[in-house]
Design a protein around this ligand. Structure first.
Ligand SMILES: CC(C)(COP(=O)(O)OP(=O)(O)OC[C@H]1O[C@@H](n2cnc3c(N)ncnc32)[C@H](O)[C@@H]1OP(=O)(O)O)[C@@H](O)C(=O)NCCC(=O)NCCS
Length: 472
């Protein structure tokens, strides 16, 4: 399995996937429905996308995903589709645990009853009247959720796998019926998961004296994920996280997530701040990835997990690497990074304008936002074949011999294939052995170059070795 998969680990594709058609197709295949072709997209193009999506499947198989859904989403029109997406994950042998929140339902019921809640999120004080309303709202919600999941033929059980104590007195306030999770019965949850049963956890717990206590659903999700060594926690939220300019915040380090929570970032409500807090905790305690997706968007869950770019925010514990298309703003950093290799003639000297004019062909490998390598794929249409050239392959000296060069070449091969090229060529004065020995290229004659490229080759006088690799 190549290590570079989009968004979540490694990016292999030139263009972002268009979500709907391939995801719909995946849903239908996973649910054993006949797939019908439409006129809007060519079947071959959509199979390409589907292939991209299915590449994630082995990576996710038998891994635990804890999915925490905000209560407010349960009554939105897109909710049945969200549950279908959960069914798709389960049919792909992903072990799904469902957790749901109930803040919205508790508020609505309290308003109906004319009750002022002591708190609504399972973190502040829960007095007895608030607990009673919470139990009623959550029980009703559990029942509705069970009905919906049963209608999808999903085996589910509501589980009481949490050992809970009263949260106690915090900052001088007795939190009364608010609970703190002491332990998770991972063994029981594991047995259910191995039997293909989805455990559903409510934001309620029961202590050893038989008292019911109100819990925060984000805390439940994270405690369960840590106990089960889950691969992911996915918070399906009422809204998504944004940058100051309103665009989607695609990824966050643990430190950034914690800082946004600590500074009570004004763009985001308490609900999202809670997810930042618990998301950071989960990553810090060993859950590799936490995703926060806007559940009001169609197919947000699948698109986040199976698309190149994702649609939500990912909090990551470790150094995050990705290969992405280069932007004009990358040009100065690329030039300064490659300066030395240009001086040593390992790379052809290029000006800012030359890179800028072909920026669409360039891609960048970055680690935690810093470029550490790059490459470009130029394509040439000949009469009887389509040729791609891998140019400007470079890895920073400080990052050499860690497999980055090979990842960049593998990425370039994917790009060339997606553009329908038959062969990939590379010109090299000093790294030809790398292409031959590590990447399966063969040294060939300059006559293998496309005509337009051959003229430039002859003019340059560099006498580079010409390497070629068949893509089909
Ligand atoms: C060539 C280059 C991209 C390789 O990047 P990298 O990230 O160090 O490569 P990887 O870590 O994927 O691969 C390392 C392996 O390739 C070998 N390798 C790296 N550069 C090599 C070279 N110039 N010649 C022969 N083998 C080479 C290493 O010895 C190592 O082999 P090993 O695994 O058996 O120990 C990098 O050295 C570079 O940027 N060179 C300068 C620019 C250049 O020459 N670009 C090519 C022109 S298009």
């Amino acid at each position: 399995m190549p290590k570079y998969w989009p968004k979540d680990a490694d990016a292999c594709f030139d263009a972002p996937l268009s979500h709907s058609a391939p995801l719909l197709r995946m849903k239908m295949i996973a649910r054993n429905c006949p797939v019908q072709e439409t006129d809007t997209a060519k079947p071959s193009a959509r199979f390409e996308d589907l292939r991209g999506i299915l590449r994630y499947v082995p990576q996710f198989r038998q891994r635990v995903f804890v999915i925490a859904i905000d209560g407010a989403l349960l009554h939105q029109p897109g909710f049945p589709s969200l549950l279908q997406d959960v069914a798709v994950l389960q049919s792909l042998n992903i072990e799904v645990v469902l957790v749901f929140g109930a803040r919205s339902q508790i508020r609505i019921l309290a308003e109906k009853r004319g009750l002022t809640l002591s708190s609504d999120d399972g973190m502040g004080r829960t007095d007895l009247p608030t607990l009673e309303v919470a139990i009623e709202a959550i029980t009703r919600q559990s029942s509705e959720l069970m009905a919906d999941l049963t209608a999808l033929e999903l085996p589910v059980v509501i589980s009481n796998a949490l050992a809970v104590h009263p949260a106690g007195v915090i900052d001088g306030t007795d939190l009364e019926f608010t609970g703190r999770i002491e332990r998770v019965d991972a063994e029981t949850l594991g047995v259910l998961l191995k039997a293909d049963i989805i455990p559903v956890l409510q934001p309620l717990g029961y202590d050893s004296r038989g008292t019911t206590l109100r819990l925060n659903s984000d805390a439940v999700a994270v405690e369960v994920a840590m106990a089960l060594h889950a691969a992911k926690v996915i918070f399906v939220s009422e809204a998504g996280l944004t940058n100051p300019d309103g665009s989607r915040l695609a990824q966050l380090s643990v430190a950034d997530a914690r800082e946004m929570y600590r500074s009570k970032d004004a763009r985001h409500d308490v609900n999202l701040l809670s997810k930042l807090r618990y998301g950071a905790l989960a990553c810090q305690e060993g859950v590799p990835r936490v995703h926060i997706v806007d559940g009001s968007q169609d197919e947000a869950l699948l698109a986040e997990l199976f698309s190149n770019e994702g649609v939500g925010t990912m909090i990551h514990a470790d150094e995050y690497q990705q290969i992405r298309k280069a932007l004009s703003s990358d040009v100065p950093a690329l030039l300064s990074m490659m300066q030395h290799s240009m001086e040593e003639a390992a790379l052809v000297s290029r000006t800012r304008e030359q890179i800028q004019s072909r920026i669409k062909d360039f891609f960048v490998l970055e680690t935690d936002g810093n470029p550490i390598g790059c490459g470009a794929v130029h394509s040439y249409d000949e009469e009887n074949r389509k040729v791609a050239e891998l140019a400007c392959l470079f890895v920073r000296r400080s990052h050499k011999n860690r497999g980055h060069g090979q990842k960049l070449v593998a990425y370039a091969e994917e790009v060339a294939k997606q553009r329908g090229c038959d062969v990939l060529v590379a010109l090299s004065t000093q790294a030809f052995r790398f292409f031959e020995e590590k990447m399966g290229f063969q040294v060939t004659d300059p006559s293998a170059l496309p005509t337009a490229r051959r003229e430039k080759y002859d003019r340059s006088g560099r006498n580079s070795k010409v390497l070629i690799k068949a893509l089909r």
